[in-house]
Ligand binder design. Sequence first.
Ligand code: ADP
Ligand code: MG
Length: 266
Amino acid sequence: MPVYAFANQKGGVGKTTSAVNLAACLAAAGRSVLLVDLDPQGNATASLGIDRSALPRSVYEALVDGAPLPERILPTRWEGLHLAPAAVDLAGAEVELVSAPEREFRLRRALEEVRSAYDYVLIDCPPSLGLLTLNAMVAADALIVPVQCEYLALEGLSRLLQTMTRVRQRFNPRLHVRGFLLTMFDARSRLAQQVVEEVRHHFPGRVFRTVIPRSVRLAEAPSYGLPIIAYAPNSPGALAYTALARELLQGDGLPVPSLEGGAYGP
Ligand code: ADP
Ligand code: MG
C-alpha cells in the first residue's frame, strides 16, 4: 500500500491533474485509492466535483488538531476512489503548523490509521516547499514529480531533490523518487522533444515511460468535476493516464488488468 506524493514546488506543472487522473485510473483498475488534497487551493477536491465551500470537515483538522482522519474521508462517485478533501481553512494550516509539536509528522500520524485500508494513497501537494509539502514528504514512501515539457523544465528540481534529501536524513529514511512524470507534451514542438530527452538524460531510469500529452480535454475535465476517463474516455489524456496506471501497477508488482472490452473491461 504505497503512499505517493505528487510534489514540485513549481505551480502549473500537472501535479493535481496527474494525482486526480492517476487515482481515478487506479480505481478503475480495481484498486482502492485514497486521494489526499493537501493544497489549500483545493483543486483536486474541485476536480472530483466536490464543492469545497459546503464541506464541514477537511484534512485541516486532522493536521492541526490531530482530529481523526477517517471521518473526514469522503466516498466519490467512482467505486474504489476516496478523497480526503481540502477546504478553505487548509490555508491556515501552513501557518498554524509552524508552532505545532512534531509539526513535520502530522500527516504521517493521520494516515497511520487509514493507509492499510487502501492499495494506494496519493497526496496532491501545494506549489511550495512549505510545511504542508514537508508533511507529505514525511508521510510518503516516494515522490512522483511531474515535469512540464517546457522551457526551464529542470529548473527548481535540484531544490526539490535537496529538500527530499534533507527529509530523508532527518525524518523519513525510505523516501525516494518513484518517478519523474513528463506532462503537457506537445509532439509538434521540438522544444518539448528536447525536454523529454534532457530529463531522461538527467535522471536515467527514473522517468516514467508514459508521457502525458498536452490535451484540451484534460484541461476541461475539472470544470465538469470529472476525471478524464469519465469525461473523455477515448481521449489521448485518458489513454495516457490509463497507461501510467498500468506502468505503476506493473512496477509495484501488482496485477495489471486486461484491456479487453474498453479501458478496463466492461
Ligand atoms: P499543478 O497542480 O502542478 O499546479 P495542474 O495539474 O493544476 O498543475 O495543471 C495546471 C493547468 O494546466 C491546469 O489548468 C490544468 O487543467 C492544465 N493541464 C494539466 N495537464 C495538462 C495537459 N496534459 N494538457 C493540457 N492541460 C493540462
Ligand atoms: Mg495543483
